[in-house]
Write a protein that binds this ligand. Structure first.
Ligand code: FAD
Ligand code: PHB
Length: 391
């Protein structure tokens, strides 16, 4: 039977980052991932990093490529009623955000872990976690046709919303909070310059649209779509037409179109489970909470969980202190609920929820108020760049 100190389930950003930070602190760990390396590396997801996430990645010694390739954005724009209002994040909060794709973060993490000779197991099938309410949790899995068993001190459930860890906790030990939204985001990636040098979030009577980017030559755009929409129904031409309709004229005119290199639909969901610890099993990142992407918080929250958990584990192995591990759930949940609230609110004012014109008028009134109020803009900006960490 194999042994490790921390068994990490899932090689998304949270699992890989936790693995790297534990390794740098001399803590042995193994990462078990269901998918292939190529599949994990190819997923197109988040694009915006808070400064706190950037700092954690630097602490994990991943900085060089990120610092040279990221785009630092000092502001974002809100478009509505045919106009656009810039939120000066830097002036309002002193902070900026970084545009650096989750794909790149994942690549940097995988490269760093591989270079360090990490035990990173891709295509681990039938992963099962057991005995995590004892001092000797176990993980069983199949790899290359053979069954393996691993004993460890702790299990980190970094296996996303559909993972096995949360589902292995006895029913009744967890409380879940959930809100689904009656729409999704249809996203495309294209090798064309972005319409603007900063992100634009647009409220339109036909639905939300977002202009984002990965670099000055690669754009990422989203439009709100129905949950029952089929990707096949969305030719590139239809996507570009719908996007432009939902943007103020000046911005629409600046959209450069081109063939999509990726197209996908993501449902929107708010979800939190409490608590995040059951015995020696800790839930981290999307396994613990999901937010709609409007606030660009999911990856940042995953990194924030990792920050709390790795420090607690380091203290435990260094000094046998258990109080930080005991506080993990409470600390991570406090931040998670702030992000859940902000993402829900930002989603609520930017998306079309119904055909009721009263609702749209209320959204426009709120956006109008926001654009004229430094207090309201500061609240948005503080949340967007990321709230301060608890010490
Ligand atoms: P995941 O990335 O889901 O990783 C979990 C891993 O566990 C996966 O690799 C999965 O294959 C593996 N796994 C699952 N089950 C098992 C199993 N049984 N055994 C072994 N392995 C398993 N966030 C932001 O911060 N900013 C943004 O701008 C942003 N934009 C987004 C846009 C879109 C369209 C979407 C969909 C998401 C966006 N997010 C954003 C959210 C962000 O992508 C997620 O929050 C982030 O991926 C969470 O990382 P994670 O490692 O916790 O989970
Ligand atoms: C992205 O670029 O994928 C992106 C940016 C901002 C968001 C969500 C997604 O709020």
């Amino acid at each position: 039977m194999d042994r490790t100190q921390v068994a990490i389930i899932g090689a998304g950003p949270s699992g890989l980052l936790l693995s790297q930070l534990l390794y740098l602190n001399g803590i042995d760990n193994i990462v078990l991932e269901r998918q292939s390396r190529e599949h994990v590396a190819g997923r197109i997801r988040a694009g915006v990093l808070e400064q706190g996430t950037v700092e954690l990645l630097l602490k994990a010694k991943l900085g060089e490529r990120m610092l040279s390739e990221r785009l630092v954005h000092d502001g974002v724009s809100l478009a509505f009623a045919g106009r656009s209002v810039r939120v000066d994040l830097k002036a309002l909060t002193g902070s900026s955000v970084s545009v650096y794709g989750q794909t790149e973060v994942t690549k940097d993490l995988m490269d760093a872990r591989t270079a360090a000779g990490a035990k990173l197991m891709f295509e681990a099938a039938e992963v099962a976690v057991a005995d995590f309410d004892s001092a000797h949790p176990k993980v069983r899995y199949r790899h290359n046709g053979r069954t393996h068993e691993l004993t460890c001190d702790f299990i980190a459930g970094c296996d996303g919303y559909h993972g096995v860890c949360r589902q292995s906790i006895p029913q009744g030990a967890l409380q879940t909070f959930e809100r689904t939204y009656p729409f999704g985001w249809l996203g495309i990636l294209a090798d064309v310059p972005p319409a603007s040098h900063e992100l634009i979030y647009s409220n339109h009577a036909r639905g939300f649209a977002l202009c984002s980017m990965r670099s000055m030559t690669r754009s990422r755009y989203y439009v709100q779509c129905g949950l029952d929409e089929k990707l096949e129904a969305w030719s590139d031409a239809r996507f570009w037409d719908e996007l432009r309709v939902r943007l103020p004229d000046e911005i629409a005119a600046a959209v450069i179109t081109g063939p999509s290199i990726e197209k996908s639909i993501a449902p929107l969901r708010s979800f939190v489970v409490e608590p995040l610890r059951f015995g020696q099993l800790f839930l981290v990142g999307d396994a613990a909470h999901i937010v709609p992407p409007t606030g660009a918080k999911g990856l940042n929250l995953a990194a924030a969980d990792v920050r709390v958990l790795y420090q607690a584990l380091v203290e435990y192995y260094r000094t046998s202190r258990t109080d930080l591990l005991e506080r993990y759930s409470q600390m991570a949940l406090r931040r998670a609920w702030q992000a859940v609230r902000f993402s829900w609110w930002f989603t609520s004012i930017m998306h079309k929820f119904s055909d009721d014109p009263f609702n749209h008028r209320l959204q426009l009134a709120e956006l109008d108020y926001l654009s004229g109020s430094t207090a309201a803009l500061t609240s948005l900006a503080e949340n967007y760049v990321g709230l301060p960490f608890e010490v």
